[in-house]
Ligand binder design. Structure first.
Ligand SMILES: NC(=O)c1ccc[n+]([C@@H]2O[C@H](COP(=O)([O-])OP(=O)(O)OC[C@H]3O[C@@H](n4cnc5c(N)ncnc54)[C@H](O)[C@@H]3O)[C@@H](O)[C@H]2O)c1
Length: 291
């Protein structure tokens, strides 16, 4: 690497939700920039019970690829919805690497659904047509808030204690353009991501004095990630693929983003290159939040 400020050699990062999608790409890109990476994800058993079985057992694959890049890696199963598991994740990282320099709070869930069905249908058509039995249930609302917002709080607090002691750290959240501009059929997701954005600012104010930078990436549509094919809501592969083909029309740059582009911004935010930046929510969205 030619620019020393971007070099992450000697740094340790925790990336949650690293088994697939953006988390996987962020973990690999940080490793490419020199970081050792603790790749964390929810255990396959819990995933199976939530019908997200397509993403199971990929964590080891992420870790193997990190090692192929010449960096150290540790796989940890941790549900960011469970405080105890998050604390154990951080303890495991410190035990293995002696410190944590970077937290990327990437794990998140999005269950697109209207708040209520009216005459058996969503009042605003869904982007992907699906058969729904009900509007968003309280349990589904709570899950999204608990994983997307409270999960960030749990990870930040567990890692923050350690970073405050060391007077050094980089915390990176994953928000969304949907947290900047709401979308129909995504009320809980939009609310959780808007809260992630404001939480980022509050945390930056509280921990700036300890030399801890807190920033959040707000991605627009990023493909391909495995998340575009999740066997839920009876969405067929064809309907899913058709919805992906419609993305360029709503993005000023005329295309979806690539997971690596999120990884590259994460490298900047994790590195000394961003030492004077904190409390920022950075849209990486091809301009889609402007339209
Ligand atoms: N893909 C996009 O276009 C996009 C756009 C905007 C924001 N985002 C945000 O980026 C992040 C990653 O998105 P993605 O598309 O890669 O999602 P994804 O569904 O493909 O991957 C999410 C990962 O998080 C893990 N995970 C889910 N619940 C967890 C939990 N409770 N504890 C630990 N791990 C858990 C999953 O197992 C999976 O590996 C999310 O926060 C998402 O909201 C994504």
């Amino acid at each position: 690497m030619t620019l020393k400020e971007f070099n992450l050699e000697g740094k340790t990062a925790i990336v949650t939700g690293a088994a697939r999608g953006l988390g996987r790409s962020i973990a690999l890109t940080l490793a490419e920039a020199g970081a050792d990476v603790v790749a964390a994800d929810i255990s396959p058993q819990v995933l199976l019970s939530r019908d997200l079985s397509d993403s199971t057992q990929k964590l080891d694959q992420t870790c193997d690829e990190i090692r192929q890049l010449g960096r150290k890696s540790l796989a940890v199963f941790a549900d960011v919805g469970q405080t105890e598991q998050v604390e154990e994740m951080v303890e495991a990282a410190v035990a293995e690497f002696g410190k944590v320099d970077i937290l990327v709070n990437n794990a998140g869930v999005d269950l697109p659904k209207p708040l209520l069905l009216v005459d058996g249908k969503p009042p605003v058509p869904m982007r992907v047509p699906v058969q729904l039995d009900s509007g968003l249930t309280e349990e589904e609302w709570d899950t999204m808030i608990n994983i997307n917002l409270n999960g960030f709080r749990r990870c930040a607090v567990a890692v923050g204690r350690h970073m405050i002691e060391r007077r050094s750290g980089k915390i990176i959240g994953l928000g969304s353009v949907v947290g900047l501009r709401a979308r129909a059929n995504a009320a809980a997701y939009a609310a959780s991501k808007a809260a992630v954005h404001r939480f980022t600012q509050a945390l930056a104010l509280e921990w700036g004095g300890f030399n801890i930078n807190v920033n959040t990436i707000a991605p627009g549509p990023i493909v391909p990630t495995d998340s575009w094919w999740v066997p839920r809501w009876n969405v067929s592969r064809e309907e899913n693929d058709a919805s992906i083909e419609r993305i360029p029309a709503r993005v000023p740059l005329g295309r979806a983003g690539d997971p690596r582009e999120i990884g590259l911004l994460a490298v900047f935010l994790a590195s000394d290159a961003s030492n004077f930046m904190t409390g920022q929510v950075i849209a990486l969205d091809g301009g889609s939040s402007l339209v």
